[in-house]
Write a protein that binds this ligand. Structure first.
Ligand code: PLP
Length: 399
């Protein structure tokens, strides 16, 4: 496949404001005037493009951000939402109706898992949970009413890597959609180029990278994105999780440094993973040759961005994990906090936090140790020093 550089795609965009402002102006309006009444009628009927109607429908600031995301992900179009969960739930609800069936990776972000397991049954939408590594079980789960295969490029928190090209072929053959959450690996992997039909993001994480807001995005073909904002049937138009234009404007500016941040997150995470491995610590990182999906990840990723900023280490018990995290916070390694993609290192015990929605028996079935500590590695300049601090904390928790 031809080399693709997502950062160049963003850099090449010519986006500027109406006064030549290098950062596009922020649209501080909920509604828009029409010079002719007929244009308003045509816009409501979807026959007039390029006119803004009402900010829940579309607004210029969100359009700039959506265009940058579509460029980054090489999709025709994109849509931005007020949270990652809004992106995921809106995209799923746009595809699935009463009586439909979804196949999902059993390891997903806990909120997504809860939506699929606890919420969708209210609408008589059936969900099969599979090990996404076991491609035969994915194939076997496809039924006449299946509409969607759902997965994460790199699953949360097990850091399993989904085989997007094979899953996309399976979906194409069955005439269904493959939706991929690429939150852990923006720029590193371009799921749409590998065949995914819809790519969703929590922009809250790496894409924005500042932990100052929650936001989300859906990247897909123009037909799907337009269907979300249809005034009669569009899930986003009707449920209304619109992103505030002030926020989309600041996220857009942060996107222009994303490539440099991803490189540094990946460099630091690889350093820590290799150093942990040398010390005999049980570490999971797809950048290590011993990771079961290392080769697959190498085949799927764009050049120059590394293997991402997420690593997990196993402290075997929740008590030890808690002690370890408190010590690391006291030592200045980073913060004991959920979320990821921040410039400081964040760590949490997944089973008791971001995956606590997943019942204990399922956590065990997916191989998630109760002592698993997930790290979102920060942008530290001196990662050797950070490693020494972490090691000191790990050693004092050994007894
Ligand atoms: N997808 C992944 C992989 C996540 O980790 C999260 C949140 O932690 C979400 C989606 C949900 O995003 P948000 O918190 O922006 O709604």
């Amino acid at each position: 496949m031809k080399k693709f550089d997502p950062s160049e795609a963003i850099q090449d965009l010519k986006q500027f404001g109406e006064y030549g402002d290098v950062n596009p102006s922020i649209t501080d309006s909920a509604t828009y005037t029409f010079l002719e009444a007929k244009t308003m009628v045509d816009t409501f009927q979807g026959e007039e493009e390029g006119c803004f109607l009402y900010s829940r429908h579309w607004n210029p600031s969100n359009k700039y951000l959506a265009d940058a995301l579509a460029a980054m992900d090489c999709t025709e179009s994109a849509w931005v939402t007020a949270s990652g969960m809004a992106a995921i739930t809106n995209a799923i609800m746009q595809i699935c109706s009463h009586g439909d069936h979804i196949i999902t990776s059993i390891t997903t972000y806990g909120g997504t898992f809860a939506f699929l397991k606890n919420y969708l049954p209210k609408f008589n939408i059936e969900v099969s949970f599979v090990n996404i590594d076991d491609l035969e079980s994915v194939q076997a789960a496809i039924k006449h009413n299946t509409r969607l295969i759902y997965t994460e490029t790199m699953t949360n928190p097990m850091l399993q890597v989904s085989n997007i090209p094979v899953l996309a072929k399976m979906a194409d053959k069955a005439g269904i959609k493959l939706m991929v959450d690429n939150t852990f690996t923006p720029m590193i992997v371009s799921p749409a180029r590998l065949g995914a039909h819809i790519v969703v993001y929590s922009l809250t994480k790496f894409v924005n990278g500042k932990n100052d807001c929650v936001a989300g995005a859906i990247c897909a073909d123009a037909g799907f994105i337009n269907s979300l904002s249809d005034v009669n049937t569009g899930t986003s138009m009707l449920l209304g999780p619109v992103l505030d234009p002030m926020r989309s404007s600041s996220i857009l500016k942060n996107m222009h440094t994303l490539h440099i941040r991803m490189q540094q997150h990946s460099k630091n995470a690889l350093y820590l993973a290799e150093a942990f491995q040398k010390e005999g610590v049980n570490v999971t990182y797809p950048g290590l040759p011993m990771h079961k999906n290392h080769q697959l990840m190498k085949e799927m990723m764009n050049q120059d961005y590394g293997f991402g900023g997420m690593i997990a280490i196993d402290m075997t018990t929740a008590e030890r994990a808690n002690r370890f995290m408190e010590l690391m916070q006291a030592e200045g390694v980073g913060y004991l906090a959920v979320s990821l993609g921040y410039f400081k290192t964040l760590f949490s015990n997944s089973g008791k936090s971001t995956s606590s929605e997943v019942p204990q028996d399922i956590q065990e079935a997916m191989g998630m140790s109760e002592g698993l500590v997930r790290f979102s590695v920060g942008l530290d300049q001196n990662i050797e020093k950070t490693f020494q601090r972490i090691l000191k904390c790990a050693k004092s928790c050994q007894n």
